[in-house]
Design a protein around this ligand. Structure first.
Ligand SMILES: [Zn+2]
Length: 172
C-alpha cells in the first residue's frame, strides 16, 4: 500500500511536467507578458469639470473625449504610425494599446485588435440606426471610439479609435 501511494505521487509529478511541456499549464508568468510592456500604475480615476477639461484639451480633443465626437477619417498622423511603442489616453495618460495591437484596417482611423487589460469600459450607443459598442477610458471616462466584431484573428475585434484621443510614446 505504501509503495502504491509513492508510485501515485511520482506519476502525478510526471503528469504535471508533461502538461507543462505540451502547453496545457503555463511555464511561468513571463511566458504571457507582451514584448512591449505597459507602465500603468494602479488605477486612480481622474474627474474634472467641463471648464477644467477645456483648459487641458484642444477643442478637437475635447470634442472627441468629452463630447463623444468623431474626427474626420485619415486626419490623424497616428493612422500611419508603425513604430514600436505605447498608445496612451490624451485626457489622462492611461496606457491603452501597444504597437503590437495595431493593424491597418483601411478605415482612416487608428485600429487595434486588442487593448491593455482594464483600459476601457463599454457602453452601447444608438446614434446611428444600429446599436454600436462605444468604449471609454476607465481612468477619465473619455470617449475613444467604437469596437466592432470584424477585426483580425485571434480576437476578431476592431477597436476603431480617434487618433486625437491618443498620444504615442515610441519605445526608446
Ligand atoms: Zn483617459
Amino acid at each position: 500500500m505504501t509503495s502504491l501511494l509513492k508510485a501515485t505521487a511520482v506519476s502525478r509529478r510526471r503528469l504535471l511536467s508533461m502538461l507543462t511541456a505540451v502547453g496545457l499549464l503555463p511555464k511561468s508568468a513571463s511566458a504571457v507578458t507582451p514584448a512591449v510592456e505597459s507602465g500603468n500604475a494602479p488605477l486612480q480615476t481622474l474627474s474634472l469639470t467641463p471648464a477644467e477639461w477645456k483648459q487641458r484639451l484642444t477643442p478637437a480633443q475635447y470634442d472627441v473625449l468629452r463630447n463623444e465626437g468623431t474626427e474626420r477619417p485619415h486626419s490623424s498622423a497616428l493612422n500611419g504610425e508603425k513604430r514600436r511603442g505605447v498608445y496612451a489616453c490624451t485626457g489622462c495618460a492611461l496606457e491603452l494599446f501597444t504597437s503590437e495591437m495595431k493593424f491597418d484596417s483601411g478605415t482612416g482611423w487608428p485600429s487595434f485588435h486588442s487593448t491593455l487589460p482594464g483600459a476601457f469600459a463599454l457602453t452601447t450607443d444608438f446614434k446611428l440606426i444600429f446599436p454600436r459598442t462605444e468604449y471609454h477610458c476607465t481612468r477619465c471616462g473619455g470617449h475613444h471610439g467604437h469596437v466592432f466584431n470584424d477585426g483580425p484573428a485571434p480576437s476578431g475585434k476592431r477597436y476603431c479609435n480617434n487618433g486625437v484621443a491618443l498620444t504615442f510614446k515610441p519605445t526608446a
